[in-house]
Design a protein around this ligand. Sequence first.
Ligand SMILES: Cc1cc2nc3c(=O)[nH]c(=O)nc-3n(C[C@H](O)[C@H](O)[C@H](O)COP(=O)(O)O)c2cc1C
Length: 203
Amino acid sequence: MSKFIISILSIALLLCICYISYNELVIIPKIKQNSVLENILNRKSVRNYVKGKEVTDEQIEKILKAGMAAPSARNLQPWELIVIKDRKTLDTLAQKSPYGKMLSDASLAIVVAGNLNTEGVSDFWIQDTSAVTENILLEVESLGLGAVWIGGYPREDRANMIKETLKLPQNIEPLNIISIGYPTGKDKPKDKWNPKKIHYDKW
Ligand SMILES: Cc1cc2nc3c(=O)[nH]c(=O)nc-3n(C[C@H](O)[C@H](O)[C@H](O)COP(=O)(O)O)c2cc1C
């Protein structure tokens, strides 16, 4: 009788191991792959927000973590992130930005800037901070929030306006302002898939 019970338990254990392995190796990777692509395809510039709805510090930390996980040339991480929650500052930025009027309805904004005093820094700071920006935009989307990239550097007038408003030191170059809030649902993702832009091996 005990032999019979041991055999049954062994078979049950084997089935459990097979089930877990199948999930780990086949099903879970598939789900993960799809959710990343779905998030990327759902991201859109969101310029219409539900006014007055607060984004929590926990959500903000997740957004910043995503940003700082970006790749950078020689891993120099030559970035600085300025979180703006103050209503007056958001309104001032909205007022002074011809292309950033949506800031007046935003819950917060993050300025992604290059720190030109970073040891070994090169022109790659622009790509590095762009990677930070895209990571932030994607995390914002995954949290059910919405954001838009408002251009700063290399437009001197726009970068100077941000520098003056936020009292940034000379070595801090603002790439953009990311306006963030709760989407009203008006902004929709665009389908940009275009196989004609793909080239294999040679042009
Ligand atoms: C470098 C850069 C600068 C941008 N500047 C602005 C801006 O100043 N104001 C704005 O409303 N959108 C700005 N955008 C957002 C683009 O207009 C938007 O990404 C584009 O229309 C594609 O739409 P999508 O983000 O919904 O896919 C900028 C985007 C990039 C990458």
